[in-house]
Design a binder for this molecule. Structure first.
Ligand code: NAD
Length: 469
């Protein structure tokens, strides 16, 4: 599905018309290509007094090849400096009066971020703060970040990353590299998160709050192949988001097991052949589907490191007109089958320590949607699954997260009537729909071995949609 309006806007005549009439102006987003630098220009890193993250973040960025700008040197020249990203360590903010430090950092730089640039604020999880005043000030960061996401335009995205302070308590022998405040795993997942957020992989993710906590995380030998050797199951892989997922995960080094219904066998085989993966034809709602799938994974691979529950259906009708079949089918495919498969794979210990479960929810599960009581119930249930399983599986070293896509250009959204479709496309900070690859890249990051300390998160891939915000 192509967005003809967005293509028109990129042309000379389109640009003139958009300016004159004040029409939505969807920017061309920077998307990841293998071998790309994380940022096309230097980053500016600032910190509130007493912050605990500026130093490890500077180390992470430098090791990742990001050039850190020296604001003192650029202030003395006449040419204004342009940045690929602005990062601010706000962990030193312990009282609302300290919030002024955010203004002091961001105000002079509001026009200095390049198109498709990045803004990342780092904070402490409010529920872990020692005083109500600190918790209040840390919670306030959300308002700043979400507003910057709406204000800066030109494809610039803004996120808040809450990072736990787990060093001295969580590790018996504090890691020398990690220092006294953070365990090595937490810093590895902070690195994976920053690598995702700064790169073109996060093109359609904005206005999100991401929590980096504790968990099993290991850095890859090569950050260009962050899934090297991992066995990954993708359900619903024959087309749309699932096919993009299979391709992205294989590109990143995974051995992909692609699953879809027998009726989609040809398309599924084409995807699997294309990426050197294997195809499994299976209807997830069949009573024996979990055991057949578990048998296949056990005999072929002996394990499955990453399970991506992507298969999903819609059967829209307003509640009063909905027959029971429509309700049952949607709940079964989108939610109950995920539970049954998790249960069997976990029971048979096929998901090892360091394993990952990523489920696909939807912003309909957050905001609700007319005509989609069944779908929204199933997708809100997926969020419940993440909330309940993540703490339960922490001790086994398995992370559980969800992504909630907004308007993504697929066959599913191509079927929406034109006017509603146009509204869905434009009602977000990036004024356009996302692409299947945007959802795939986000799931990829959550699946990386390096992201184990990111668990229990629901990350929206919606260009900061107004729905449910
Ligand atoms: P799609 O219809 O293009 O693909 C879904 C795939 O799942 C299909 O290949 C289908 O055959 C497979 N599938 C359905 N039932 C199955 C079953 N019983 N067993 C095995 N496979 C089955 O949809 P998509 O747009 O790529 O969506 C993928 C996921 O993203 C879904 O969970 C959907 O709800 C979610 N999502 C999509 C959007 C969007 O804008 N496209 C927005 C929010 C959420």
């Amino acid at each position: 599905m192509t967005d003809r309006y967005a293509s028109f806007v990129q042309s000379a005549s389109g640009r003139a018309l958009v300016k004159r009439l004040g029409l939505p102006d969807p920017p061309r987003l920077r998307r990841h290509r293998p071998g790309d630098a994380l940022l096309p220009a230097p980053a500016l890193l600032g910190a509130a007094t007493g912050g605990r993250l500026a130093e490890p973040v500077a180390r992470i960025l430098t090791a990742a090849g990001v050039e850190l700008a020296d604001p003192a040197a650029t202030a003395s020249t006449d040419t204004p400096q342009r940045y690929g990203a602005l990062l601010f360590d706000a962990t030193g903010i312990t009282d609302s009066t300290d919030l002024r430090q955010l203004y002091d950092f961001f105000h002079p730089q509001a026009r200095a971020v390049l198109p498709s640039g990045r803004v990342v604020v780092l904070g402490s999880p409010p529920q872990e703060c020692p005083t109500p005043r600190e918790a209040t000030a840390q919670r306030a960061l959300e308002g700043l970040v979400r507003s910057i996401g709406k204000e800066f335009g030109r494809g610039v995205t803004a996120q808040l990353v809450y990072v736990t302070r787990d060093g001295s308590t969580a590790t018996a022998a504090p890691d020398e590299q990690a220092g006294p405040d953070h365990s090595a795993s937490t810093l590895t997942s902070l690195e994976s998160t920053l690598r995702f957020l700064l790169s073109g992989r996060s093109a359609y993710v904005s206005g999100q709050v991401i929590r980096v906590g504790t968990g099993d995380a290991s850095a890859p030998a090569d950050w260009d192949r962050p899934l090297d050797g991992q066995v990954v199951l993708v359900t619903g892989a024959a087309r749309g988001i699932g096919a993009a997922l299979a391709r992205v995960l294989a590109r990143d080094g995974a051995r992909v097991v692609a699953l879809d219904v027998p009726a989609a066998g040809d398309a599924l085989a084409a995807v699997a052949n294309d990426i050197g993966g294997t195809a499994v034809q299976l209807d997830l709602t069949a009573p024996d589907a979990p055991t057949r799938l578990a048998d296949h994974l056990a005999s072929r691979h002996g394990r499955v490191d990453v399970v991506v529950h992507n298969a999903g259906i819609t059967r829209d009708k307003t509640l009063g007109r909905m027959d029971a079949d429509r309700w049952d089918q949607v709940i079964d495919v989108n939610l109950s089958s995920q539970e049954r498969i998790n249960d069997v794979l976990l029971e048979r210990k096929l998901i090892p320590a360091g394993g990952r479960i990523v489920s696909v929810s939807s912003i309909a599960g957050i905001a609700g949607n007319r005509g989609q009581t069944n779908y929204a119930t199933s997708k809100a249930g997926v969020i419940g699954l993440v909330d309940s399983l993540a703490p339960a599986l922490r001790d086994r070293g398995v992370s559980v997260n969800a992504v909630a896509p907004g308007f993504i250009e697929t066959r599913l959204t191509a079927r929406i009537p034109l006017v509603v479709r146009e509204a869905g496309r434009r009602m977000n900070s990036l004024a356009q729909g996302g692409l299947p690859v945007d959802v795939a890249e986000t799931i990829g990051w959550l699946a990386w071995p390096a992201s184990g300390a990111v668990s229990g998160n629901v990350v929206r891939v919606c260009g900061q949609s107004l729905l449910g915000a």
